[in-house]
Write a protein that binds this ligand. Structure first.
Ligand SMILES: Nc1ncnc2c1ncn2[C@@H]1O[C@H](COP(=O)(O)OP(=O)(O)O)[C@@H](O)[C@H]1O
Ligand SMILES: [Mg+2]
Length: 254
């Protein structure tokens, strides 16, 4: 087995009387693409928050690139190469595509500007912004205000912003949520096309995008891992079918 990018051992997290995560053990090798799926409230976002350091676990250990980071602050984990996107869109909608990228880039640099405008005078920053946007096909929209992009393009831009810090592991929280079927396929292609050395953890509420992008799936339900394995094995797992069918019936078919 290759080197481990991320290891969780017996990680739990309580919110008062609610045990949102219960004894999660997870090992993600370098370069792996792993989906975390499960119904609403399963604990997927909480798991990401605990991995990134936004939330402390109630019990358990977390190792990143072999180093114990359980008590390390979120910004220190980010500096080690951990990037993430959020379930809710997090862009400046009245700034242009390029300005959003420039802001993400300058947030990483020791020089901080108070405003966007002076960033345009930094040639190295501009080149780097272009190098992020171009492969994604978003350079031609660099001068477009974010609010004028399609929702699918906005969500792709968010992934690009998470790549600004050149992470080695990327956590994507429902990047395809709210997208049309066509946009979902486009997002799946986009994620599949990211650098192969990048380790990716992908939260997906539904399974189609996950099956398209990853080789291994972890299924969370009520804070516990209930299944883990190849996409085929997980799809065939009766416990998983039960959880999904049960959820879909409870919510009404989508
Ligand atoms: N900050 C919080 N305070 C209290 N309860 C929370 C908090 N964050 C999440 N929860 C609860 O923890 C459970 C798991 O939530 P979450 O991780 O957001 O699930 P998912 O992302 O799988 O939909 C839910 O019952 C949710 O209400
Ligand atoms: Mg969530």
């Amino acid at each position: 087995m290759g080197r481990m990018t991320l290891e969780l051992e017996g990680v739990s997290r309580r919110f008062g009387g609610l045990e949102a995560l219960r004894g999660i053990t997870l090992r993600v090798p370098e370069g792996a693409r792993r989906a975390i799926i499960g119904p609403n409230g399963a604990g997927k976002t909480t798991l990401f928050n605990v991995i990134t350091g936004e939330l402390a676990p109630s019990t358990g250990r977390i190792r990143l690139f072999g180093r114990d980071v359980t008590r390390l602050a979120a910004h220190r984990r980010a500096a080690m190469g951990l990037g993430r996107t959020f379930q809710i869109t997090n862009l400046f909608s009245r700034l242009t595509v390029e300005e959003n990228v420039l802001l993400a880039l300058q947030a990483l640099s020791p020089r901080k500007y108070a405003m966007v405008r002076p960033l345009r005078r930094d040639a190295a920053l501009l080149r780097r912004a272009r190098s992020l946007l171009e492969p994604a096909g978003l350079w031609e929209k660099h001068a477009t205000e974010v609010r004028a992009l399609s929702y699918g393009e906005q969500r792709q831009l968010e992934v690009l912003l998470a790549l600004a810090g050149r992470p080695r592991v990327l956590l994507l929280d429902e990047p395809a949520a709210g997208l049309s079927p066509g946009e979902r396929r486009e997002m799946a292609r986009f994620i599949k096309g990211l650098d192969a050395s990048l380790t990716i953890l992908l939260i997906e509420h539904d399974m189609d995008v996950a099956f398209e992008v990853v080789e291994t799936i972890t299924v969370l339900h009520l804070g516990s891992v209930v299944a883990e394995g190849s996409t085929e094995a997980v799809r065939a797992d009766p416990a998983v079918q039960e959880i999904y069918l049960g959820t879909v019936e409870a919510r009404g078919a989508r």
